[in-house]
Design a protein around this ligand. Structure first.
Ligand code: SF4
Length: 691
């Protein structure tokens, strides 16, 4: 087969040529000559290059260079490239250098706002300086991050709040907005980013007035979007990217500008985030918000022209009935659960509640229709009611089709409840087609980077999820010396990990290790129930000697601060702490994982995808459950070793790693930790490490 990407090259391909021409060992030089970005990229990372000049102690790292060169190739070939970049290779610089050298339009997307700020404030300026680049850089976040002058003023004027502290905090936000260049809540030093007052000072997609807004010129969100349109390098997050993609029918041309190079860092999170955004949600909360805002705006803009309190009461009543039609508690209910309620409930729900919600919204719409032209706010409320009605009808139709045994197989129909609210949701069975389509329409180079993309030595699983099986693949090993730096112990005799008292046994096993290590540990749990049980038991053991912090008892950043500052602390967490936590050095030298993180089999999305695989004659455990668990475990284990000088012990309390046939496969996907065989060895390891 000739080299598939560099046309003048006609040499036979080497074993990796289908992935990237430059990795074919027998014609590296010929292909390299065809790629204009390759040499400049190499030069930047060379021992005497600009990075070395600007960074005392710089040492070229083979993995970083290999990754940067592969990205340079992909940019030149306008190809899709997926890179599994082991922790510590310096992946950020590896993609920033070729991207900035290209002088093309770049869209950088990462997983969180904090990582966005880090890229925008620290990494991109640093590489710009090294390269002497004059690229214009901008950052764009979701709308909830920017002060909305309209809603802030409205809530200062006539907001009523259950929490009496909100009005004073809104005044802090008002003062901040008057002085701030960006209106980005992250820049407000007097108020936490998590403060509930922000909800009353920002807009939502449903209530933003868009181009009809009288405050458009003063609007921080619109300003940020204008800057984004002009930028050479734009830093966004996956939520924003997926929201943008979900809103478009055609190419990317909405609030994100067109880019030649799209780079997704922490790319392993993209399929799940896209699943959230590509679906449809109708909720009782949306109904109540619509009612409340209609009352507020109606009383102000059209007093006496409609029974505004009566309209609100009508929406409130149907929202309440809809919530009560579903079981109580924090639940995710798939079609099976929705249809397994007794016949009378289903009948009540279908025949009475949904049509009544429809009628109430239709009445709301008809009331607003003649008033829609009288003010921008009323016009917007009219459109918003229309949208809600469409979402309700979309779900209702899908539900009727499912009950008539003619379901839309591309959609997952489900509902989610909290104590006071209900959401009716549809989610795509797969996001692959949408991404493949976006890439085809948009063109350019698509680069996906993460430390956890590979499963069993291949990136095929991720490529399938993204609908990009033709993407080039590259795996770059971490430079860490894992056998010297870290050890893994799998305790024996803890029994069935699904038994109700299993968390107690985990806590009992963990405590002597935690005591020996003087805290400095994470206990990562697969369920909230196990997390609470383990934290409770550890608190009983620890007394006042070691702080046992638990997820949910304080905001995440506050817990991390307490953990870092404490002399001896343990953090017991669930899903939110398996990734995105970076604590280098001695402060975190013991990670205990309760059991293998398989998705709960009754989760509606997992179950529907699993059934679809079965229908297609595939093996759900092998194709879905196992790869997901391997990637999640790799993320959790990855909290332990963050730098070349870190040391630590990983304990996985799940004997299935030994007893089941898939155990060896999972272990092979982890970094090559030194294996310990007994409790005594584990204790000794901690002793050695702490002396
Ligand atoms: S356009 Fe108007 S309503 Fe929308 S965020 Fe800006 S100020 Fe608020």
């Amino acid at each position: 087969m000739p080299c598939p990407l560099t046309l003048p090259c006609r040499l036979p391909s080497g074993p990796f040529c289908a992935l990237s021409p430059r990795h074919a060992p027998d014609h590296t030089t010929d292909c390299a000559e065809q790629t204009p970005l390759l040499e400049p990229t190499r030069a930047v990372f060379a021992a005497d290059g600009p990075l070395a000049e600007s960074q005392p102690g710089y040492r070229p790292r083979a993995g970083q260079q290999e990754m940067a060169e592969a990205i340079a190739d992909a940019i030149d070939a306008r190809a899709a490239l997926m890179v599994d970049a082991g922790t510590g290779i310096g992946k950020t610089f590896a993609y920033l250098v070729p991207a900035l050298l290209s002088r093309q339009k770049v869209l950088l997307s990462t997983a969180t706002r904090q990582l966005q700020d880090q890229l925008y404030q620290r990494d991109v300026p640093r590489i710009k300086q090294v390269l002497g680049s004059d690229a214009q850089v901008a950052i764009l976040k979701g709308r909830a991050n920017y002060v909305c002058p309209v809603h802030l003023a409205r809530n200062l004027r006539d907001g009523r709040f259950r929490d009496p502290k909100i009005p004073a905090r809104l005044r802090i936000i008002e003062r901040f907005a008057a002085l701030s260049d960006t209106g980005d809540r992250a820049a407000c030093t007097q108020l936490s980013e998590e403060d509930p007052a922000w909800a009353f000072a920002t807009s939502t997609r449903d209530n933003c007035l868009g181009q009809d807004c009288p405050e458009l010129r003063r609007c921080p969100l619109m300003h940020a979007r204008q800057q984004a349109q002009k930028a050479d390098v734009l830093v966004v997050n996956h939520h924003l990217f997926c929201a943008d993609l979900a809103m478009k029918d055609d190419a990317m041309a909405d609030f994100l500008p067109r880019a030649d190079i799209l780079i997704f860092d922490e790319a392993h999170q993209l399929p799940d985030i896209a699943t959230e955004f590509f679906g449809n949600t109708f909720s009782t909360r949306q109904l109540l918000e619509l009612g409340r805002e209609s009352q507020k705006i109606g009383n102000h803009d059209a007093p006496g022209l409609a029974d505004w309190p009566g309209l609100y009461k009508q929406l409130e009543a149907v929202a309440g009935r809809l919530r009560l039609a579903l079981p109580s508690g924090l639940l995710r209910l798939g079609l099976e659960e929705l249809l397994s309620a007794d016949a009378q409930d289903v009948n009540e729900w279908l025949v009475d509640v949904l049509p009544d919600v429809d009628d109430a919204l239709e009445a709301h719409l008809q009331t607003l229709k003649p008033l829609a032209d009288s003010s921008a706010d009323l016009g917007h409320l009219y459109e918003r009611t229309q949208t809600l009605l469409e979402r309700l009808r979309h779900w209702h139709t899908a539900f009727l089709r499912a009950t008539a045994k003619t379901p839309d197989e591309a959609l997952i129909l489900w509902a989610q409840t909290t104590d006071s609210h209900a959401q009716l949701r549809t989610t795509p069975l797969s996001v692959a087609e949408r991404f493949a389509q976006a890439r085809e329409q948009h063109g350019g180079a698509w680069i996906f980077v993460s430390a956890t993309l590979a499963v069993g030595g291949s990136l095929d699983h991720f490529a399938r999820l993204m609908g990009m099986q033709d993407a080039w693949q590259l795996q770059v090993e971490s430079p860490f010396n894992y056998p010297d730096q870290a050890a893994l112990w799998i305790p024996r005799g803890l029994g069935n990990p699904t038994a109700p008292d299993f968390p107690d046994r985990v806590a009992k096993q963990a405590w002597p290790l935690i005591r020996r290590n003087r805290g400095r540990a994470f206990v990562l749990c697969t369920t909230l129930r196990a997390m609470r049980q383990i934290a409770e038991q550890l608190r009983r053991e620890a007394g006042d000697d070691i702080d046992i912090l638990m997820q949910g008892e304080a905001p995440r950043h506050e817990l991390m601060k307490q953990f870092r500052e404490a002399e001896a602390a343990v953090l017991v967490g669930s899903a939110g702490f398996w990734e995105g936590v970076d604590i280098a050095g001695e402060k975190l030298s013991l990670v205990i994982i309760d059991k293998l993180p398989f998705a709960p089999p009754d989760d509606p999305i997992y179950r529907a995808r699993s059934q679809a695989l079965q229908r297609a004659g595939q093996h759900p455990f092998r194709e879905l459950s196992l790869p997901q668990a391997m990637l999640a475990l790799k993320q959790g284990a990855g909290r332990l070793i963050r730098t070349e000088t870190d040391h630590g012990l990983l304990v996985i309390c799940d004997e299935r790693l030994r007893s089941r046939s898939y155990g060896a496969q999972i272990l092979a996907s982890l970094p090559p930790f030194k294996r310990l065989e007994s409790f005594a060895e584990a204790l000794d390891f901690l002793k050695e490490e702490s002396t």
